[in-house]
Design a protein around this ligand. Structure first.
Ligand code: GDP
Ligand code: ZN
Length: 371
């Protein structure tokens, strides 16, 4: 396998190269990270930092002429060598074979590509565990949410695989995997444990060289743990290393695309995290029955349990009846969810007023029909 094939370059992309481009000596590369107006790109000869060719911008040089050509992690591009300085130039973005988009189904102009050319999207859930302080586990096997993930995956032309993680915590994991397998066939379902490595070899078998894979799922379900297991100890990036990256971008090439031990390409971008929550009005923060039960006693029905007077939840924490960690993870997750909902409302308001000028209420109906 040559160096480009090892990065996922297949005949689909190779066939797009023209003779002129080859004659001009343009270099093929894959986007591994995106910054403001600059991209980190890996080529057969190593990493390159690049900007978009000037003709992709308007006359002021600030706005992209075509909203959708923004190269994204996973994209294949053609680069021209710089004649002066250090930055290479992205001359062309090759057609995508698949992608994962965040946005509203059926409204392509409003959506944002998170990963390009992803072959397999692994949807990570964790087994429910009734007695748990582990908030994520209790709320994350949500068939409706899985359904939405799968819809986005199918829409982008990728394949999906459902992982039920933390199988070590529950004897029901296998049964749950079978049930979900029946419900979501032909999508595969695997019960795994990042902790004791159970089931991970079956996952590794799917991660063949050159395959591009991404993990999605709510925070806390174990994505980082699985990623670390797949990358192997040596490739693991500790949080200290990540901090170092953030400080020293000019020295370290920042990456969001990694090679797994089995030779697959793993995309892990900050955008994957936001993709996890759809922002649908019915997407609630589940698994917090203990918090919600007490919340029924708050003075205000819309109490956010922050600094409102008469908050029963904070009172319960003060009395030691509710762990402070429970309240802070509730705040964290409901905060993420609120952001997603707000973003979605903005998108709907914009696209509805553009389309028929009737305002956001109509948009709600249109959204329902679109799904
Ligand atoms: P992420 O937010 O999805 O990246 O989740 P993390 O990988 O950070 O995991 C969240 C928590 O779950 C951590 O405390 C992990 O140690 C724990 N965890 C992850 N995978 C497993 C697993 O398979 N079994 C058990 N028991 N705990 C796990
Ligand atoms: Zn309250």
């Amino acid at each position: 396998m040559d160096a480009l094939a090892a990065l996922g370059f297949s005949d689909f992309f190779r066939a797009q190269l023209t003779e002129q481009e080859l004659a001009a000596g343009l270099v093929v590369g894959r986007v591994v990270a995106q910054h403001r107006g600059e991209w980190d790109i890996i080529t057969a000869d190593g990493p390159r930092r690049a900007i978009l060719a000037g003709r992709h911008y308007d006359e002021r040089g600030t706005t992209l002429v075509l909203g959708r050509i923004q190269p994204t992690v996973g994209d294949w591009v053609l680069l021209a060598e710089p004649d002066d300085g250090k930055l290479w130039v992205i001359e062309r973005l090759l057609d995508r074979r698949s992608h994962l988009e965040r946005g509203v189904a059926g409204r392509r102009r409003e959506s944002q590509t998170i990963v390009a050319n992803v072959d397999l999207v692994v949807i990570v859930c964790a087994v429910p565990r009734p007695d748990t302080q582990d908030a994520a586990a209790g709320r994350s096997v949500n068939p409706r949410r899985i359904e939405r993930y799968l819809a986005a995956v199918a829409q982008g032309g990728a394949e999906g695989l459902i992982l039920i993680n933390k199988a070590d915590l529950s004897p029901d994991a296998g049964r749950l995997a079978t049930e979900l397998g029946e419900r979501f066939a032909p999508c595969g379902v695997l019960a795994v444990s990042a902790l004791d490595e159970g089931g991970l070899d079956t996952l590794r078998e799917r991660l063949v060289p050159g395959l591009t894979v991404s993990l999605v799922g709510l925070s806390g379900v174990g994505k980082s743990s699985i990623v670390n297991a797949l990358l192997g100890r040596s490739a693991q990036r500790t949080s200290a290393e990540r901090e170092h990256d953030a400080r020293g971008r000019h020295t370290t090439t920042h990456r969001e695309l990694f090679v797994t031990e089995t030779g697959a390409l793993l995309v892990d971008t900050p955008g994957m995290r936001e993709f996890a929550l759809s922002g649908d009005a019915d997407d609630d923060v589940g698994g917090f029955d203990d918090v919600l039960e007490v919340a029924g006693l708050c003075r205000f029905r819309d109490c956010r349990h922050k600094d409102e007077p008469g908050c029963a939840v904070r009172a319960a924490v003060e009395r030691g009846e509710l762990l402070p960690e429970r309240l802070s993870s509730y705040h964290k997750l409901s905060g993420e969810l609120d952001q997603q909902k707000a973003m979605k409302r903005r998108i709907e308001t914009r696209s509805t007023s553009k389309r028929d000028g009737r305002g956001p209420l109509r948009g709600t109906g249109a959204r329902k029909r679109a799904r």
